[in-house]
Design a protein around this ligand. Structure first.
Ligand code: HEC
Ligand code: HEC
Ligand code: HEC
Ligand code: HEC
Ligand code: HEC
Ligand code: HEC
Ligand code: HEC
Ligand code: HEC
Length: 445
């Protein structure tokens, strides 16, 4: 053993030092590429002239944009009330209404789509006030993604007062400032900031599907430029229409109920757990919130119209026959996932009914509340929450986005294992007369 060490030690040291030299050379090469941003010499804008010293990166971006080429200077978007070193506080907020002056069509389309509702939908969540300020109005977590939504004048003022400053313009999430480039907005990467991770992993699903894989190979010039490969935008910003909407949406619910009687019963359980129906099956005030923010389609025709729109896009490259069958399979996965989901909900609801799980004071109805998000008070309800917001969604999102991994291993499979855990926990809670279901902090006392 010692002889082995005596021999290998110098070799390891040698490898270490030669690796270090290689790495530091690479580092040097990389740093040489990074040149500091330098605006080009002539800047024909009084604001930009001073800003070449204050914020050179912004001026370079603006110079590269279509705006500078078309005489849209800084003041066109920020007003001219600030123009010295000491009055920056007077600079105007470049909200959506500023873009509307010159791009009325896009603003009008955008206002009819789902993105426009994102801010209000987030604010409508009953447990939002439990999140830290930085996550919401600070635009760090929920607020960072949901900032794409329209805000009222009062809301914009509120953001400014809370020191969050910027967040007034919804347009700059895809055309980031100050390039405001259409090429960037056409790339699927721009959607990734928000459509990624736990709640909505469309980027992961798309980029690993044949659709995304092909597109990424095109971007790196491994495939010819004209090879067929759809982007997120081909399917969701069809022909440049900024009014994005899908048939099922995030919740994959729809009224009226499906014709299939069992599926209809499962749907009722889910709507009860969302608080849209009370435990007796009557509608609640939450229904109006769901309607305002279009959480799901309330008319069969609207759903059908979106489905036909999707099929028309598929038809650019596939036969309608092929595409319809593929989308049908997505619908079937929703039905299968709803059956597991409803079973989980019924188990937890029965614990409430039998007084074995205590209803938190904030809950309006004696039913588990899926809108309490990660603030659900007990482990069994946390499982139910994950089952709904992570795994049920992935099961069908993965099917629609041609990702076998998300549909099965990260969707359907964990739905089943969560249901088994819910069953086991429920049995424990019943065996201990409710003790096992108490909030962990309380049970420890
Ligand atoms: C004489 C120099 C000068 C001129 C001219 C000037 N600015 Fe500024 N501007 C500044 C300085 C300094 C700041 C503060 C920078 C900082 O916070 O780092 C600033 C900040 C800003 C901000 C950000 C405000 C904030 O709250 O962070 C905007 C937007 C802006 N300027 C736009 C303009 C526009 C539009 C014009 C022309 C109408 C203009 N500037 C002219 C120096 C100037
Ligand atoms: C004063 C008018 C004006 C305002 C205000 C304005 N734009 Fe523009 N915008 C233009 C003009 C002009 C063009 C160039 C049009 C062309 O080349 O056909 C343009 C082009 C664009 C493009 C296409 C860029 C490309 O790469 O082809 C985008 C995206 C854009 N603007 C976004 C915005 C956004 C977002 C706002 C608000 C923050 C905004 N614009 C405000 C006038 C304006
Ligand atoms: C990483 C970005 C991101 C974060 C962080 C985020 N969301 Fe979302 N949220 C999204 C996206 C993207 C969608 C649409 C997903 C889909 O349709 O699959 C969405 C959907 C929703 C919906 C459903 C809207 C509908 O029409 O059905 C609600 C409600 C919501 N989010 C609230 C929240 C709240 C509350 C938080 C914080 C506690 C939060 N989100 C955090 C990106 C995010
Ligand atoms: C087409 C409209 C448009 C033009 C032209 C424009 N801006 Fe902006 N600017 C915006 C938008 C949109 C924001 C973000 C506002 C928000 O989110 O509330 C912004 C934010 C800013 C900010 C604060 C955010 C940051 O990143 O520091 C500064 C500083 C700024 N702009 C300076 C400039 C300067 C300097 C010019 C001219 C070289 C300029 N802007 C031209 C639309 C514009
Ligand atoms: C979800 C991403 C997204 C958002 C948000 C967005 N855009 Fe776009 N925008 C796009 C895409 C994608 C295109 C290119 C469409 C195409 O291929 O023709 C585009 C194109 C444009 C163009 C160029 C149109 C042309 O024919 O050259 C303008 C101008 C524009 N957008 C303005 C806006 C304005 C104003 C807003 C805010 C209301 C906005 N966009 C918000 C994705 C977005
Ligand atoms: C080949 C077309 C296609 C591509 C590419 C595509 N999608 Fe989708 N997307 C769909 C279909 C089909 C649905 C389900 C429509 C329905 O409800 O019937 C969907 C649904 C969605 C939804 C609603 C929730 C869900 O996942 O079911 C969001 C959000 C979404 N897509 C975003 C994206 C993003 C972001 C990208 C790129 C990273 C992307 N999509 C790429 C076709 C596509
Ligand atoms: C700044 C974050 C952000 C970016 C960037 C973004 N989205 Fe979204 N998107 C959201 C949020 C949040 C929602 C949910 C809004 C709601 O339902 O209230 C959403 C919803 C959607 C929906 C509607 C799903 C439904 O419920 O029917 C589609 C489709 C979609 N986005 C596609 C895209 C595409 C394609 C891109 C890129 C071109 C993109 N998004 C870029 C945050 C973003
Ligand atoms: C711009 C062209 C284009 C569009 C639009 C398009 N696809 Fe595709 N699709 C392809 C290509 C290319 C492939 C990979 C080659 C193949 O398998 O045929 C593919 C493959 C597929 C596959 C097989 C995936 C696999 O893993 O083998 C399915 C399923 C599919 N597409 C469904 C759809 C659906 C559904 C739509 C509409 C919502 C759609 N596609 C829109 C080009 C497109």
């Amino acid at each position: 053993m010692r002889r082995f060490f005596l021999f290998t030690f110098p070799v390891i040291v040698l490898i270490f030092f030669s690796l270090r030299t290689v790495c530091s050379q690479e580092l040097k090469e990389n740093t040489q590429v990074e040149a500091p941003v330098q605006p080009s010499a002539q800047v024909n804008d009084p604001c930009a002239e001073c800003h070449t010293r204050i914020t050179p990166g912004i001026v370079v971006d603006w110079q590269l944009s279509k705006h500078s080429a078309n005489d849209v200077g800084c003041a066109k978007c920020h007003g001219d009330r600030h123009n010295s070193m000491t009055d920056a506080a007077n600079a105007g907020v470049a909200g959506l209404e500023v873009c509307a002056k010159c791009h009325a069509t896009q603003v009008e389309q955008f206002s009819k789509g789902k993105h426009a509702l994102a801010w209000g939908a987030m604010k409508a969540m009953p447990t939002l006030h439990w999140q830290p300020m930085a996550q919401v109005d600070g635009l760090k977590g929920c607020g960072a993604c949901h900032r794409v939504g329209l805000k009222t004048e009062g809301e914009v003022k509120g953001l400014m007062e809370k020191g969050s400053g910027f967040g007034a313009s919804s347009c700059d999430v895809c055309h980031t400032r100050h390039l405001f480039s259409v090429d960037e907005a056409r790339s699927p990467q721009v959607c990734r900031t928000c459509h990624t991770g736990v709640e909505s992993p469309q980027w992961e699903m798309y980029s690993s599907s044949h659709h995304g894989e092909r597109f990424l190979l095109k971007q790196s010039r491994m495939l010819p430029e004209d090879a067929a490969a759809p982007t997120c935008q081909s399917c969701h910003i069809q022909e440049g229409d900024h009014a994005n909407m899908t048939a099922w949406g995030y919740l994959a619910l729809r009224l009226p109920y499906p014709e299939d009687a069992q599926w209809a019963r499962d749907r009722v359980a889910i709507l009860q757990a969302l608080g849209v129906f009370d435990p007796a099956g009557k509608t609640t005030p939450r229904l109006a919130v769901f309607e305002t923010y279009k959480f799901f389609n309330f008319k069969e025709e609207d759903w059908q119209a979106e489905r036909e729109k999707a099929l028309k896009t598929c038809n650019d490259c596939h036969s309608v026959n092929f595409a319809r069958a593929e989308l049908d399979k997505g619908d079937q996965m929703i039905r299968e996932a709803d059956a597991l989901m409803a079973e989980g909900i019924r188990i937890v609801a029965a614990l409430y009914r039998d007084g074995l799980l205590k209803k938190p004071e904030s809950y309006s109805y004696a039913f588990p509340d899926l809108l309490s998000l990660h603030n659900a008070p007990t482990v069994i309800e946390q499982k139910l929450f994950s089952m709904f917001h992570e795994y049920r969604t992935r099961t069908f999102q993965g099917a629609f986005h041609c990702s076998p991994d998300y549909s099965f291993w990260r969707g359907w499979a964990p739905m089943q294992s969560h249901l088994i855990e819910i069953k086991e926990r429920a049995a424990e809670i019943r065996a201990t007369g409710g003790k096992a279901g108490e909030h962990p902090a309380k049970a420890a006392k």
